[in-house]
Design a protein around this ligand. Structure first.
Ligand code: AMP
Ligand code: GLY
Length: 449
């Protein structure tokens, strides 16, 4: 199988590494990739938006499988364009078409979808410029904090959580009237606030059947103790110690299966990843959001735990033959620590020299750790920072503590000007690792992370 992977971050590095471990992977190309993905395949400077170049490349390289990492190409309809092309139609593809990607691309659509299929989620209503006054009245019916979400993709910035109703009204006006988040906020979803602990569950589906991938917990805020601005993710752990079999059963029966069945019943073809952003309140799981792709940095802890041939799984998903499949996993713990650039998630520095990696831009003396490249590039042969999230150190251990100690050991060896990372990844879940009879109750945390 000749494979083309689209994307350029840590998620794609993790996918690339895992795919090249497969006996089925004959060749791997990454468009555009990064110095990390180049360790596993050939980076090709093709922009997915340039369909004619992409098309020529797929034909010239006899690509049999396209795997899409980020959401933008999916929400933009890349799959639909390939399917509309008589020659490319037979190429296998991981990622939904535009109709399925709306689960991520439109919060309003995803809330309506959940309502139609009885999938537990926060109560909500949606408003536009024409219904602004009704939006104000709806806010008055809620108690703080107020959750305002831009309907469309807003680079992870479109969710506001506000404690004051006057401020919430002001922000609602700015979103729908003044395009605070551009066209993405022409419709705003206002949600009831759920107080619980968040985690993420992933499935790979062929549109009718699905396989469950390992769950993960992400650390979204820039600051230790879950403080400061939201980021793309500062770290992750898998498995999630509070994710008990009982909780997972509820997630599968009330959320995952109804989602896959709902898509099928509505005639929405869906081949690819489903990412369920969940929150547990009083032991009950609710959907906070859907994504139509894998998470980043969650992929960097989820995929290293898969001991299965993932290309075989992707082919089965793309061909609609996932029935009766399961995914083999290691029970070991995996954690990821994200090393970011100075200033991130606001304006950040770029072009700083990265030291501490070997000549392949990897780490050779830490067998349980992998350094995934997220925002790096090469300048005259020197590895430099080129993104907000620079490197993701992912480590495995018999216990989470063992994994964390390896990851922090490696992250300390890598240096660049202004390096920042969270030292508290995995700390909050320690209380569920100790075998305490009360420790199976995630709602007892009372925190929103
Ligand atoms: P989203 O982009 O929908 O995942 O929202 C971003 C973050 O906002 C989530 O990860 C949660 O931390 C928070 N959030 C979103 N919706 C809610 C809600 N209804 N109640 C509490 N927190 C929420
Ligand atoms: N880490 C969160 C995301 O990928 O959306």
């Amino acid at each position: 199988m000749r494979i083309l992977l689209i994307g350029s971050g840590g998620r794609e590095h993790a996918l690339a590494k895992k795919m090249t471990e497969s006996a089925l992977c004959e060749a791997l190309f990454i468009a555009p990739g990064n110095p990390g993905t180049a360790q596993h395949g050939e980076n090709v400077p093709i922009d997915w938006k340039d369909f004619s170049s992409l098309r020529s490349f797929i034909l010239q390289e006899r690509i049999g499988l396209v795997v899409v990492g980020p959401e933008d190409p999916l929400v933009d309809g890349l799959r639909d364009r390939l399917e509309a092309d008589a020659v490319l139609r037979s190429v296998l593809f991981i990622g939904p078409g535009q109709s399925g990607a709306r689960l991520e691309g439109s919060k309003d659509f995803s809330k309506e979808f959940m309502a139609r299929h009885g999938i537990p989620t926060a109560g909500y209503a949606s408003f536009t410029a024409d219904t602004l006054e009704r939006g104000f009245a709806f806010l008055e019916t809620l108690s703080p904090p107020y959750v305002l979400k831009a309907d469309g993709l807003a680079a992870g910035k479109g969710v506001l959580i506000l404690s004051d109703v006057i401020e919430a009204k002001k922000e609602l006006r700015a979103m729908v009237m003044d395009a605070k988040f551009g066209a993405a906020s022409s419709t705003v979803v206002i949600e009831e606030f759920l107080n619980g602990i968040e985690f993420s569950v992933f499935a790979l589906t062929d549109g009718q059947q699905c396989v469950l991938l390992p769950e993960a917990k992400d650390y979204k805020r820039i600051g230790e103790g879950d403080t400061g601005l939201n980021t793309g993710g500062m770290g992750a752990v898998s498995p999630v110690p509070f994710c008990t079999p009982d909780l997972m059963e509820k997630v599968v029966n009330r959320i995952i299966h109804p989602t896959v069945k709902g898509l099928h019943a509505e005639g929405i073809p869906y081949t690819g990843f489903l990412f369920f952003g969940l929150i547990v309140v009083d032991k009950e799981p609710f959907v906070i959001e859907y994504n139509c792709r894998m998470g980043d940095p969650e992929t960097e802890v989820v995929f290293p735990r898969i001991t299965e041939d993932v290309v075989a799984l992707f082919v089965a998903a793309a061909q609609g033959t996932l029935q009766n499949r399961t995914v083999a996993l290691t029970s070991k713990a995996q954690c990821a620590v994200v090393s970011v650039a100075e200033g991130y998630p606001e304006v950040y520095a770029k072009g700083d020299e990265i030291h501490g990696l070997d000549e392949n831009h990897a780490i050779s003396d830490a067998p349980n750790s992998i350094v995934f490249h997220a925002g790096t590039s090469l300048k005259n042969g020197q590895l430099v920072t080129s993104g907000g999230r620079v490197l993701v150190v992912s480590s495995q251990g018999d216990t989470l503590n063992e994994a964390l100690s390896s990851a922090f050991g490696v992250v300390k060896k890598v240096t660049y000007r202004g390096q920042n990372y969270r030292r508290d990844i995995g700390k909050d879940v320690q209380k569920w690792i100790i075998s305490d009879p009360r420790a199976d109750d995630p709602s007892s945390s009372g925190s929103n992370k």
